[in-house]
Design a protein around this ligand. Structure first.
Ligand SMILES: Nc1ncnc2c1ncn2[C@@H]1O[C@H](COP(=O)(O)OP(=O)(O)OP(=O)(O)O)[C@@H](O)[C@H]1O
Ligand SMILES: [Mg+2]
Length: 485
């Protein structure tokens, strides 16, 4: 539940807020003056404060100034009537999250509140990244035991200890945002604000003004001065997500901020000095964008000094069991239920799939399976059809060269112990199950399916000779099975 504090001396406003935010997800408290609000905040620990600029007693601006002496991060939205907007703009320089003009329109109010709560959560929820033990009580963490992820953790640690600019690259859904937040939470700037901007989601012509602000009259529609994110976030960390989608003129301004800490608001000529750490991320290959002259080479090198490349999930299939148990626990906690387990068959199906949508896709698959599942354990039938049915062809399409067969991945990463343990667990469920013949038979069948019955290729895949493969086909009576299929 999100805690919202409204500071306003007008009973009418308090009343309409109670109506607008009467939802089970929001816990609204009210205070009638800045002094009362400031007293309430340490006890209440709200996620967001919304307050009027003009109140009896100390003003909203003064309240914000005092609040900022002890808390640089708590998002504050100010409400302002015509005539006090200049104060609201000043408030943005003090690190207010945003301001709203009265009378406000309710959908816009709700949108700004939702955005601010998201920003608040990103600042509050610490993302842990050290190897997480299954028994550990964690709410938000980067899960991974494979060597590839351990390298990512090492780099996060190094970046957290420094104040350097960081570039995070990786396919969609690999956890780039999580990595950015982990760096922030463990850095010296963790008590200062963190603001994330998705460069791909903001139209090109608005992004520059969003980041750097603008002067009154800078362009049609610029009726007020505006303070941008860099000024607002002074002292803190800015996360430029999808930086590969940024236009060249905006890239030029970013480069200058990185080099000298200065910029001008759009339409302005006065240099503004800030101290902001930049963390950037992209799922686009920036080297190619540089070659195509869509991305400034100098900015690329400036960002690329320390780079974290988050590996795709198919290259760390051995992390899947751990991720699955993490998500099972996380969703159980969210729904206040006992965690379900997962059957060995289902887990193996997950490990066979190529995951073009990476960890996000896995997370969604588990969430969906929990909804569908009728038993205590998730079974293969509870998994999305694309994962169940086309595990093999998907892999070919998604990653032609990069995806080695799962068996090879497991051997290469010496995770066979984990695989063996899963098999023992499966065998123990029913004393009559025989691991070696069953697995051997299944491997032969799968190899033949993957290679459309090509015995030379299937033997190669299995690491045996063609003669041995023939003997196995005979022994297990597999021909019939393949023909039926
Ligand atoms: N290693 C991990 N451990 C636990 N959860 C993870 C991990 N990696 C990703 N996730 C989860 O997967 C989802 C996607 O992660 P995130 O948004 O960080 O990915 P992204 O790389 O920024 O994706 P995109 O390129 O699509 O923006 C989130 O819900 C995140 O919590
Ligand atoms: Mg992202």
């Amino acid at each position: 539940m999100d805690k919202l504090l409204l500071i306003d001396d007008e009973a009418d406003v308090q009343y309409s807020f109670r109506r607008i935010f009467s939802s089970p997800e929001i816990d609204l408290s009210t205070a009638s003056s800045g002094e009362e609000g400031l007293k309430l905040i340490p006890r209440l620990q709200p996620d967001l404060v919304i307050m009027d600029i003009r109140m009896g007693g100390i003003s909203g601006l003064e309240t914000l100034r005092r609040l900022r002496q002890t808390d640089a991060k708590l998002p504050v939205i100010l409400m302002t009537a015509y005539g006090t907007t200049q104060m609201a703009i000043e408030a943005m320089k003090l690190g207010a999250y945003d301001y709203l003009l009265k009378p406000f329109d309710v959908p816009k109010l709700k949108q700004i509140v939702a955005d601010a709560l998201k920003a608040s959560r990103a600042m509050k929820q610490v993302v842990s990244y050290e190897p997480l033990l299954e028994s550990e009580d964690y709410s938000l963490g980067i899960v991974g035991r494979t060597e590839a992820m351990q390298n990512v953790f090492k780099l996060i640690g190094q970046l957290a200890a420094s104040d350097a600019t960081a570039l995070i690259t990786g396919e969609s859904g690999t956890g780039k945002e999580l990595v950015a937040r982990a760096i922030y939470h463990h850095s010296q700037r963790s008590s200062q604000p963190f603001l994330a901007i998705n460069c791909a989601a903001i139209p090109d012509n608005l992004l520059e003004s969003e980041l750097f602000g603008h002067e009154k009259g800078a362009f049609t529609g610029a009726t007020q001065q505006r303070i941008g994110k860099f000024e607002q976030c002074n002292g803190g960390t800015i996360f430029l997500d999808e930086i590969g989608d940024m236009s060249l003129p905006t890239q030029t301004k970013i480069l200058r901020v990185l080099q000298s800490g200065t910029f001008e608001r759009v339409g302005g000529n006065q240099a503004v000095q800030v101290n902001v750490r930049v963390i950037a991320a992209t799922n686009k290959p920036l080297e190619q964008a540089v070659a195509a002259k869509q991305f400034r080479e100098d900015l690329f090198y400036r960002l690329n000094v320390v780079r974290i490349q988050v590996p795709p999930l198919r290259e760390r299939a051995a992390d899947i069991p751990l991720l699955v148990s993490y998500f099972l626990k996380k969703f159980a906690e969210q729904h206040k239920r006992a965690p379900k387990t997962i059957s060995t068959d289902a887990l193996m199906t997950l490990q066979r799939y190529a995951w073009p949508g990476n960890v996000r896709e896995l997370e969604n698959a588990i969430q969906r399976a929990l909804v569908i599942s009728k038993s205590d354990a998730i079974l293969p039938v509870d998994l999305p059809p694309e994962i169940l049915g086309t595990a093999v062809s998907e892999r070919r399409e998604a990653a032609p060269a990069a995806a080695p067969p799962v068996a090879a991945t497991l051997v290469a990463s010496s995770e066979t112990t984990q695989l063996a343990q899963a098999l023992f667990q499966w065998a123990r469920q029913d004393g009559t199950r025989k691991i070696i013949p069953t697995v051997e038979r299944e491997l032969v069948i799968q190899a033949l399916r993957e290679t459309q019955g090509n015995q030379v290729q299937a033997a190669k895949l299995l690491g045996i000779t063609r003669a041995t493969l023939r003997k196995r086909i005979e022994k297990f009576g597999i021909k019939k099975e393949l023909a039926i299929r």
